[in-house]
Design a protein. Structure first.
Lengths: 246, 302
């Protein structure tokens, strides 16, 4: 059940080019799974901005966002002690049950990778390899964090300035895994899905509400019409159709 | 006193979530007891199931938003057989079915289905949805077109029929008067204004259909003006819609001539919007010395 609340900024620091890590305190009881998201109200902007929850502990959560427009720019200018109005506990999140005991790949692209951190924490004790894709060395973040949480991490950059040169799927092809979780731009999700295998993919779509009221975010899956904000953002690989990547 | 009358149906209060911004109602019962609402308007329904338009369907603009959902719905038979019972499990009040179509036959079939096979109390006929290339728009932009849909639906149905009008017309009062003459029991206005948002970096429209329906606080002055104009021309009740965010907005809309109001986009940015308005309305009425909400309908015309 989603809740609304006022959250206080603890830190709001740059961690890569145009990417900020925002730590907030407030009620986190509405969050039940990694991969859920919050919807943020900002001054002078009519619609809320959806951002995935990166990590959560009792009374505290971390969001990671990339500055791409007016809303995220406003967020980047906010200081510790300032507050944000959030709808919390939106979306289904990742289901870790089918992955238990398997060898797991986490695949993340750019600003899409933050929820993989919370997922990694939930998967503590499992065999996990991460394939992280970025444009360039300046864009890389959370490589060390994911390693410290127990994952093997491979970084890819498009220009070869860090890790191996190429796409995440190039790294993924060299890995042995029997279950995957993927989060990132549609082109990346499409490539990962195209490799086959069982897994879960987290989608982004422009949203009116974020809680199932407007049908603004619907995609056509093999299991029927689904709202990215309510029945998603995470879909099983078996229900994802080519329509989802359009 | 908050209760109001709409074409023979009495509502406990004038606050109604607008079609398309409240799902089929039951989705919103997670947030508060929706039995407090004056009524619930269902998502626009066609005879056949529709996926609607491709993504992106949503854009933001100053003071509002654009949508091009394209009437996504599972079709009238499924709405009556599956969605209505889910709503009835959590809501005992007045239901307004919202009806769309691509031809008069489809309007009639869908309206008749809700008339005979559902306990919706009011049929709201959308002749104004600007999203569907071959649909609604053609009927809603002329008095004859709107009246022909109204006449056909009235002839086929027993329940009160409210015609939901498009603001994308030269003279909305002419269209309203034509609907009244064709037997409409009431009018709902306004639907979304046709608008556009362009990404300055790419130079391309953001929404897949390029043009899309503009709604939200920025459209309120247009909605108020249209309700005001229509009130001068008709004597059937008007449901005022467009940009309503607060209890004060509700009192403005009723003063312009609305007997009840619908709240649309605001539900999307605040799922408790209607509940907050319901809490605040009696407080504002007391502050302005209003005892009976019905006593101020159209007072702006005095
Ligand atoms: C479920 C979900 C989770 C997300 N998680 C993250 C995250 O963890 N970190 C992160 O950096 N970004 C995330 N995004 C993308 C983020 O929502 C957008 O980057 C952000 O809304 C842009 O807002 P803006 O005002 O800066 O940009 P503008 O372009 O000015 O925004 C204009 C409008 O378009 C919408 N919009 C623009 N880009 C996107 C997009 N990619 N997806 C959805 N709506 C968009 C905005 O919400 C707003 O309504 C997520 C999106 C979704 C749907
Ligand atoms: C996402 C969305 C979907 C809508 N769908 C419908 C619909 O199916 N049928 C209809 O008659 N109006 C529909 N509308 C129009 C609203 O019911 C309302 O008339 C309009 O948004 C103006 O009110 P507002 O400014 O309070 O949003 C929709 C509006 C929005 C924002
Ligand atoms: S964003 Fe409104 S239903 Fe998904």
């Amino acid at each position: 059940m989603p809740t609304q609340g006022i959250y206080t900024i603890v830190t709001n620091l740059p961690i890569a080019r145009d990417v900020y890590e925002l730590a907030l305190t407030g009620d986190t009881t509405a969050l039940s799974r990694p991969g859920q998201f919050v919807n943020i109200q900002l001054n002078g902007l009519y619609l809320r901005r959806p951002i995935s929850v990166c990590r959560r502990e009792q009374g505290r959560m971390t969001l990671v966002y990339k500055v791409v427009g007016a809303g995220t720019r406003q967020m980047a200018g906010m200081r510790p002690g300032e507050t944000l109005d959030l709808l919390v506990g939106l979306g289904n999140g990742f289901d870790v049950a089918p992955a238990r005991g398997k060898s797991i790949a986490l695949v993340g692209g750019g600003a899409g990778l933050p929820p993989l951190v919370g997922l990694m924490e939930t998967l503590a004790g499992e065999r996990v390899t991460c394939a992280l894709g970025f444009a360039s060395a300046e864009d890389v973040f959370y490589e060390t964090l994911l390693r410290s949480l127990g994952a093997d991490v491979a970084v890819c950059t498009m220009d070869g300035t860090a890790g191996m040169k190429g796409l995440v799927t190039d790294a993924l092809k060299t890995m042995a895994y029997d279950y995957y979780f993927a989060c990132g731009p549609k082109a990346m999700l499409k490539a990962v899905h195209g490799l086959g295998g069982d897994g879960q993919l987290s989608f982004e779509e422009r949203m009116g509400c974020g809680f199932g009221a407007c049908m603004g975010c619907t995609c056509q899956t093999l299991a029927g019409n689904k709202r990215v904000c309510l029945e998603g953002p995470v879909f099983f690989s078996g229900e994802v159709s080519c329509e989802c990547f359009r | 006193m908050l209760s109001v009358a709409l074409g023979g149906v009495t509502l406990p209060n004038p606050i109604i979530p607008a079609s398309g911004t409240f799902g089929f109602g039951y989705e919103m019962a997670r947030f508060y007891d929706i039995n407090r609402l004056g009524a619930v308007a269902l998502k626009g329904t066609t005879w056949d199931a529709r996926f609607g338009n491709r993504a992106p369907r949503i854009a933001e603009c100053f003071g509002g938003m654009l949508n091009a959902i394209g009437l996504q719905n599972p079709g009238a038979p499924a709405v009556a057989a599956e969605e209505m019972p889910k709503l009835r499990a959590v809501f005992g009040g007045v239901v307004i079915a919202n009806i769309s179509g691509f031809g008069i036959e489809e309007y009639v079939a869908t309206a008749r289905h809700f008339d005979e096979r559902s306990d919706a109390a009011i049929l709201e006929v959308n002749v104004s949805c600007p999203n569907v290339r071959h649909g609604g728009m053609a009927f809603g932009v002329t008095p004859e077109g709107a009246a022909s849909v109204c006449r056909a639906v009235k002839a086929a149905c027993k329940k009160p029929v409210f015609m939901k009008l498009s603001p994308n017309v030269t003279d909305i009062a002419d269209i309203a008067a034509a609907c009244e003459a064709a037997g409409a029991d009431g009018l709902s206005l306004i639907n979304t204004l046709l608008g556009m948002v362009i990404d300055p970096a790419s130079g391309k429209p953001v929404v897949s259909t390029k043009m899309a329906g503009f709604s939200g606080p920025a459209v309120k002055p247009v909605a108020l003006r249209m309700v005001y104009q229509v009130y001068e021309r008709v004597s059937i009740p008007i449901i005022g819609i467009g940009g309503i965010r607060t209890a004060d907005d509700v009192l403005e809309m009723i003063s312009a001539g609305a007997a009840a109001v619908q709240i649309g986009s605001q539900n999307l940015v605040d799922p408790w919007a209607c509940e907050k308005i319901l809490d605040d309305l009696p407080v504002k009425m007391a502050a302005y010395g209003i005892r009976d909400i019905q006593s101020i309908i159209g007072r702006a015309h005095a």
